[in-house]
Design a protein around this ligand. Structure first.
Ligand code: DGJ
Length: 541
C-alpha cells in the first residue's frame, strides 16, 4: 500500500509515539537497572549496567566530603587512576535539625563524581563511626535520655549509642531513608552511586556490651529464638548458651538487627547494594597500642569480626556484603582475612586498606580471590593529610594497569578464569594451573638459564593470568616472567607460542601494538616496569 506524504509522516509519528509509550511501560528495572550483586557457581559480581564491574577505589579522608575539599579529591582520584571514590555522608551535616535534611554535600559529591567520569560508594556515618558515635547530630549527642548511651560494667556511660534504643534506631533510619530516597531521585537513572556503606566500623569501643538496666534485663532473659536457630543452640539464658562469649554475641545480635532494619528501610527506597565495613580482629602484635585482644578494646565489640561474619550474614540478610578494613601488611594475615570474608554467603570487597607501598601487592591477591573491589584509605591530598604525597604510588600504578581493562578483568574473575601469582620472601616461583595448561611464574630479574629466579629485594613482584579460550591467555605482571607449558612438561616441549601480542583494551576492544618474539618470548613473557599487557595463543605439536 502506498501512502501520501502527510499520511506517511502521521503514520511514522504514530509508530514512534507508540514505541515511546511501550518503552515507558517497560518495568523500570529493565529500562535502567540499578547496580546489584549477583552470584553464580559460588562466585560474585557487582553488576553495573548489566556487566561485572571492578571497583578500583580510593577512600577520601574523613573530613574531605565537604564542597571546599572536593576539587583536590577529584585531582587525587585522577592521580590514583581510581574508578570509584568512597566518600562519607555525615549524619550531623545531613540532618542538622530533626527532620531538616541538607543535601548540599551529597549532591555535590554525586554531581562531581559523574562529571569526573567516576562512580561513588557513599559511606553513611550514622550511629557508629569507628566504634564511637562522633558523627551523630548535636541534637542526638546532647539528648542522652532520648538517645541512651552504652553503659560500662562500672555504670559509666560512654560515647557509643546503645543499639537497644528504639528511639535511636528510628532516628538513624529516618535520616538514612531520606538519603536513599534522595539518591533515587538524583541518581536512579544514572548509576553513579554503586553501593552504600551503612555506618562505619560499628560496635562499642570501651565496653564489651551495654550494661544499662535495660540491656541487663534483656541479658538475664532467654536467648531469642532467631539467634538460637542461627547458632544451632539449645534454649537458655545468654550466659548459659554462649558462656564467655555471651557479652560479645549479645552486642553483635542487637547491632546486626539494628543495622539490618536500617538497610531494609533504605533499600525499600532505593535498592542498591548495602554493606558494612569492619574493624577486624588483629593479632595483638599488629596493634601494639591495644595489647589486650578483648572485644571493646582490640576492636569494637559487636562488629562483624572474622569469627562473627557468618552470624552477621544470617542476622542481617538485608546487607549484600560485609567488607573487612585491612590495615596489616602481614601477608599471611592479609590472606587469611580475605579468606575469612570471602565465603559462599559473602562476596569479598575490601572497602579500606593501607595506602603504603607494602599494600600494593595485596591488590593482586584480592583479584585472585575474586574481589569486587579494593580501596586504599586516605588517598586525597588534603593540606591536613598526615602523609606524604607519594605513599600510594603503587596503588596508582596497579590501577593504571588494570583500569583500562577493568570490565574484562571483572568478567574473567566472575567466570573463574583469572588467577594471580604474588611473590613472598624466599619463594621465587609459583605454578598456576589452568584448564589444559600450566603457567610458571618466576619473580625478579635477571633470570639466568638453569638457575632459580632471584626474586626482588622487597618481594613485590606479581603476575595476573586469565584464560580467554582453550589455548589463549591474557597476561600481565611486574618484575615477573610467565612461561606456559603443558602439565608435566617443560615449556616448548610439545607446546609452542603461536602468537604473543602486546596491546591494550580500549573500550572493550583489544588493540594490538606489536607482536612479541625472540628474546621477548623465548624464556617466558617478561614483565618489567612500566607493566605491559599481552595476549598469548598457545599450541600443541
Ligand atoms: C578506619 C576507619 O573506618 C576510617 O574512617 C578511618 O578512621 C581510618 N580507620 C583511619 O586510619
Amino acid at each position: 500500500m502506498r501512502l501520501s506524504t502527510p499520511i506517511r509522516s502521521r503514520f511514522a509519528f504514530g509508530l514512534v509515539a507508540s514505541a515511546i509509550l511501550a518503552l515507558n511501560m517497560l518495568p523500570k528495572a529493565y529500562a535502567v537497572e540499578a547496580p546489584k550483586i549477583v552470584q553464580k557457581d559460588g562466585r560474585y559480581a557487582l553488576m553495573v549496567e548489566g556487566r561485572p564491574f571492578l571497583m578500583l577505589g580510593g577512600q577520601i579522608h574523613n573530613s574531605s566530603a565537604w564542597p571546599s575539599e572536593l576539587p583536590q579529591v577529584w585531582k587525587s582520584m585522577a592521580a590514583l587512576h581510581a574508578n570509584t571514590v568512597e566518600a562519607p555522608v555525615y549524619w550531623e551535616q545531613f540532618e542538622p535539625q530533626p527532620g531538616h535534611f541538607d543535601f548540599t554535600n551529597v549532591d555535590q559529591i554525586v554531581e562531581g563524581t559523574g562529571t569526573h567520569n567516576l562512580h561513588v560508594v557513599l559511606l553513611w556515618f550514622g550511629t557508629w563511626k569507628n566504634g564511637n558515635m562522633h558523627y551523630v547530630p548535636d541534637w542526638v549527642k546532647t539528648d542522652t535520655n532520648r538517645f541512651p548511651r552504652v553503659v560500662r560494667p562500672d555504670g559509666e556511660p560512654i560515647d557509643v549509642l546503645s543499639p537497644l534504643s528504639q528511639n535511636t534506631l528510628a532516628a538513624d533510619k529516618t535520616a538514612f531513608t531520606a538519603l536513599m530516597r534522595h539518591l533515587r531521585q538524583i541518581d536512579g537513572e544514572r548509576h553513579t552511586v554503586l553501593a552504600i556503606q551503612i555506618e562505619n566500623e560499628s560496635g562499642n569501643i570501651g565496653s564489651v556490651r551495654d550494661f544499662s538496666a535495660e540491656a541487663n534485663r534483656e541479658f538475664s532473659g532467654a536467648v531469642p529464638p532467631d539467634l538460637l536457630a542461627a547458632t544451632h543452640k539449645q534454649p537458655g539464658a545468654w550466659s548459659q548458651v554462649f558462656g564467655s562469649e555471651a557479652d560479645e554475641i549479645f552486642q553483635a545480635y542487637h547491632q546486626a538487627k539494628y543495622i539490618n532494619e536500617i538497610a531494609a528501610a533504605g533499600k525499600a527506597e532505593f535498592a542498591i547494594p548495602c554493606y558494612i565495613n569492619v574493624w577486624i580482629d588483629y593479632p595483638p602484635a599488629e596493634l601494639p597500642q591495644r595489647q589486650l585482644d578483648t572485644p571493646g578494646i582490640a576492636y569494637p565489640s559487636g562488629g562483624a569480626v572474622q569469627k562473627l561474619v557468618g552470624l552477621w550474614r544470617t542476622l542481617a540478610p538485608s546487607l549484600d556484603m560485609i567488607g573487612p578494613d585491612i590495615y596489616s601488611d602481614d601477608s599471611r594475615f592479609y590472606r587469611e582475612t580475605m579468606q575469612a570474608y570471602h565465603r559462599r554467603d559473602n562476596p569479598l570487597w575490601i572497602p579500606e586498606t593501607g595506602r603504603e607501598e607494602s599494600f600494593g601487592k595485596f591488590f593482586f591477591y584480592a583479584l585472585g580471590e575474586g574481589a569486587l573491589g579494593f580501596s586504599p584509605f586516605g588517598v586525597d591530598e588534603t593540606a591536613r593529610s598526615p602523609v606524604g604525597e607519594d605513599l600510594w604510588k603503587w596503588h596508582s600504578r596497579n590501577f593504571a594497569l588494570i583500569g583500562p581493562m577493568s570490565r574484562e578483568i571483572a568478567e574473567l574473575e566472575f567466570a573463574g578464569k583469572l588467577q594471580t601469582a604474588v611473590e613472598e620472601p624466599g619463594q621465587s616461583e609459583v605454578e598456576l594451573n589452568f584448564d589444559g595448561w600450566q603457567a610458571t611464574v618466576a619473580f625478579g630479574f635477571p633470570q639466568h638459564d638453569g638457575r632459580r629466579a632471584p626474586g626482588t629485594k622487597d618481594a613485590h613482584a606479581v603476575a595476573l593470568v586469565a584464560q580467554l579460550g582453550p589455548d589463549k591467555f591474557l597476561v600481565t605482571g611486574m618484575d615477573a616472567s610467565v612461561s606456559f607449558h603443558l602439565p608435566g612438561k617443560k615449556p616448548w616441549m610439545r607446546s609452542q607460542i603461536i602468537s604473543a601480542e602486546q596491546g591494550a583494551y580500549d573500550n572493550g576492544v583489544w588493540k594490538p601494538l606489536r607482536r612479541l618474539n625472540g628474546d621477548e618470548t623465548d624464556r617466558g613473557l617478561c614483565f618489567y616496569e612500566p607493566p605491559e599487557v599481552v595476549q598469548v595463543s598457545m599450541g600443541r605439536f
